[in-house]
Design a protein around this ligand. Sequence first.
Ligand code: PLP
Length: 400
Amino acid sequence: MGFIADSLNRIQPSATIAVSTKARQLKATGRDIISLSAGEPDFDTPQNIKDAAKRALDAGKTKYTDVDGIPELKAAIAAKFKRENGLDYKTSQVSVGTGGKQVLYNALLATLNPGDEVIMPAPCWVSYADIVILGGGVPVFAQTHLEDGYKLKPEALEKVITPKTKWFVFNSPSNPTGTAYSAEDLKLLTDVMLRHPHVWILTDDMYEHLLYDDLKFATIAEVEPRLYERTLTMNGLSKAYCMTGWRLGYAAGPELLIKAMYKLQSQSTSNPSSIVQWAGVEALNGPQDFIAANNAIFVKRRDLVVSMLNQASGLVCPKPQGAFYVYPSIKGTIGKTSKSGVAIKTDEDFVTALLEEEGVAVVHGAAFEGSPSFRLSYAASTASLEEACKRIQRFCGNLS
Ligand code: PLP
């Protein structure tokens, strides 16, 4: 028995944070590093949101608030769900936490019993599985494939459902693949869910607004109202509102679940920062036009990286319709050797050698349960993306 809890020894530190930290350390030693590993927009938070935070501070909004959010923010969230998703939620069905991550953590920890299974499409965001494991549950991966644009097939979902399945965690647009589902795509999955009434659905809509090529966003409870009673619709301010460091996320769902999440949060962090909550009210109620302006930039960057990566020897890069990630397969490089003599046996070998030899930081697919691939975040300046893709092309060209 060690000092550290067994439960903690069963999980991994976040791989995306680990790669970003390593890239920062290398940069600090003077090396020329381009880091495309972090999942955050390079744009600054819009000024009206910053101003709202300053006003809150000056007005003395510096005290404890209700554990799971001030009424004004809950009202803004309920209005957002009505306006953008056609979903009716009372403020008593809304929960606000310190980042989307805490909201997910609350929902899973508040509901999982030992051995409960949680299905997630693979590749998927790094934290789902570890949060499930911390909660005593068992992550179950429903595999998706590059040939299908990483979209989950209804058969693949149905195959992994058992009497022990408690949750299906779904995420569109997806981190790490950027895959986005239309309402028609979702209907295929909600039909499966209707046949399994014991399974709850946690839909992570974090990248809702980062959608391209005129694809219209859809979410599960909207597409299939019969699932409303067992769906938690989660979202947050981090990505579209360029507020990753502020830490604000939210969800809406059945009151029973929202109350359980409240109980857990009341014994951990209590309320999210009071100042940040007031900024959140402005973010949701204020002008939204910066989102389209940012997306116009993202889409150009996506097209650039997809085109350049597909010209790299051994890489195949699908063109996703959402988020700010691409997820190329590196299958064609496995078994080769890099310029400095590193044998590429796994995607971890690939990204490690790429960082050492060319100074480009990306995250290996194994971290997302989807190998052999890597995730590149194109939330970076066009010039640095162009340079990074040139270096990736050179790295792949030098493999022998
Ligand atoms: N869900 C997905 C799919 C994400 O990519 C992230 C952040 O990377 C989160 C949730 C958590 O977001 P937050 O930074 O608000 O905790």
